[in-house]
Design a protein around this ligand. Structure first.
Ligand code: FES
Length: 168
């Protein structure tokens, strides 16, 4: 059972083989920075720091330029992410219907807070703004699955369901 946030993976433990393969694939193409970073994120689930240094060296760009791209586009992540992304809406309608209690229950069950990932990399938790289904408030999502009229009991059912799902 997950009960602590994930630690940063030490740089020396990052295997750069896949990052090198991604770079090899795009090396001679113009405008290759975005596809290279996207390919690295697809391979690792995020963009580890050692891969940024590698990209800078092999594509001959400044690391600051790479960080600029990574922080500008919300699709990129600089920390490991969970296999299952739990999002709880804290928009007005969901707030009024008890989103805080749902959020706190997830925190308690998973041992992580907002924008954190469990040590086993199964879950990342995020509070989000209105998801556009206020009639189902309070609302939660796990990846693309939506759960309306959330209760504490449903939190437990969700965790039980996704604990039984594969990690790949
Ligand atoms: S406020 Fe939660 S879905 Fe709109």
């Amino acid at each position: 059972m997950s009960n602590a946030p994930a630690e940063e993976i030490p740089a020396e433990e990052i295997d750069l083989t896949e990052a090198n393969e991604v770079i090899d694939k795009y090396l001679t193409l113009p405008g290759n920075l975005m596809p290279v970073l996207q390919g690295i994120q697809d391979a690792y689930g995020y963009v580890p720091k050692p891969t940024i240094d590698l990209v800078a060296e092999r594509l001959n760009v400044y690391p600051s330029q790479i960080y600029g791209v990574l922080t500008f586009y919300a699709q990129f992540h600089l920390k490991p992410r969970g296999r299952y992304i739990i999002r709880v809406c804290v928009g007005t309608a969901c707030h009024v219907q008890g989103a805080e209690r749902i959020t706190e229950t997830f925190f308690g069950r998973l041992g992580i807070g907002h924008a954190e990932t469990t040590a086993d990399l199964r879950y990342t938790f995020e509070k989000v703004a209105c998801l556009g289904a206020c009639g189902m408030a309070p609302l939660a999502m796990v990846n693309d699955d939506t759960f309306g009229k959330m209760t504490v009991q449903k939190v437990d059912e969700i965790i039980e369901t996704y604990n039984a799902r594969p990690m790949k």
